[in-house]
Design a protein around this ligand. Sequence first.
Ligand SMILES: [Zn+2]
Length: 172
Amino acid sequence: MPRTVEKPEALALLAENRRLLLDGGDGCIMCALVRRAPEAAERLAENVHGVALLDRFGSRPGHAIVIAKPHIEETTALGWPMYAELQRLAYEASAAIERVLAPARTFVAVLGASEQLPMSFPHFHIHVLPVFERDERARPAHVFSWSSGVLVYEDDEARALAARLRAAWPEP
Ligand SMILES: [Zn+2]
């Protein structure tokens, strides 16, 4: 099982992950994730406009992100055709997650921060986040924060869960 780490350790791991992904450079981490998606342990699916990956710093097991392939920050700058294709991947991820993990419900969210934060990225992405609790812990404000810790996968764990989700992926 992936382990849960507290926010300070998660931020340190995220900084290390960023250094590795960007090779010490200063680029966009989401662009780097798109570039390495084909061989990534967390790869779920892709279409012409986006990739779907397990979030390696997720809030719940199966928490996935759909990332636009080009570096576009604003939702409306995507244009409807690209936005629709990205939401299609989010829909497919929801279906696979429901089949494999049977969550109480699945949140689909486009978030975004009003300023640069270490765990938030301006490059357009959609969270697909299964929630297993049915109590206060399932509230969006709680789920979409790192206050209760972050799930960190080893490569083998990510690869195994991603394979299960890919096997349950609906036909486009
Ligand atoms: Zn980017």
